[in-house]
Design a protein around this ligand. Structure first.
Ligand SMILES: [Zn+2]
Length: 262
């Protein structure tokens, strides 16, 4: 245990966690000039230990200078108590950043709203509600893509997604993924089983990819060709590149050593 800690919502395990500080550095040589501090720390949650780095500005200049010097010169590696120094600084930048909802473009308002709530509850660690949310987003989004001839027939989401893939509305790989999504979602909706963080992340990513494939990509192509069906704005290739980067963007996830990250 370090001598100093701070409180932060962990970008890996999503707990409101106590981070154990391993170092605090300032580029200033004198206390009078010291304003900015770089802080490195690990999540204190025993299943996590994820590393974060912060760029901070001091609120309490004396105490930040003191903490930096104690860690630098008189560090006791196994201090019995840690002092929470959260009130003494303000975070300017954080790596990895705090996860934020990322909604694919050109969804209907209804689907976008459900997807946003699924994202928010995922980051809030309400895994059961979040899984139900992603499943509802998929259900709403795929209901009208290719309705069954007999509208009274009930079709489970997993079966529907498999059918959409066979009919060519989804790629085969997305269809296989999507059946897996349906399965994970079913476990939450019907059995009240809470998904683990990584199962939920997978459900989130696969839901997002399916929505992008069904709605965002077709509309993007229409806009690139100058024939938008929603609204009247065009889309330029540069913003498209930025969007793609965002859609498949970095999500902090620690993988166990010796295991592939797939
Ligand atoms: Zn953590």
């Amino acid at each position: 245990m370090s001598q100093f800690s701070f409180r932060l919502k962990c970008p890996y395990c999503r707990s409101d966690s106590t981070f154990q500080i391993s170092s605090i550095f300032t580029p200033a040589a004198q206390q009078e000039d010291a304003k900015y501090y770089s802080v490195s720390a690990i999540c204190g949650h025993y299943t996590c230990y994820g590393p974060v780095a912060l760029r901070t500005v001091a609120i309490d200049h004396d105490r930040m200078w003191q903490a930096a010097n104690i860690l630098r010169y008189n560090n006791i590696p196994y201090a019995p108590h840690t002092q929470d120094i959260s009130p003494y600084f303000r975070i300017l930048e954080q790596w990895p950043p705090e996860p934020a909802p990322d909604i694919p473009d050109f969804l209907s308002d209804k689907v976008a709203n459900v997807f946003q709530q699924a994202e928010e509850t995922r980051f809030g660690k309400q895994n059961l509600l979040s899984a139900i949310g992603y499943r509802s987003a998929l259900d709403l989004a795929t209901k009208d893509v290719s309705p069954l001839p007999d509208s009274t027939k009930i079709e489970m989401l997993g079966a529907r997604l498999g059918r959409l893939s066979k009919e060519g509305h989804l790629t085969q790989s997305l269809g296989e993924w999507a059946e897996h999504i349906g399965f994970l979602g079913n476990a939450s909706t019907h059995d009240g089983d809470q998904l683990t963080n990584s199962e939920l992340d997978e459900l989130a990513m696969l839901t997002k990819m399916t929505l992008i494939y069904l709605f965002t990509l077709p509309e993007t192509i229409k806009r690139l060709r100058g024939t938008p069906t929603i609204g009247h704005s065009d889309i330029d290739p540069e913003s498209l590149a930025a969007r793609f980067k965002r859609w498949i963007g970095f999500k902090p996830r620690l993988t166990k050593l010796g295991k592939s990250s797939s």
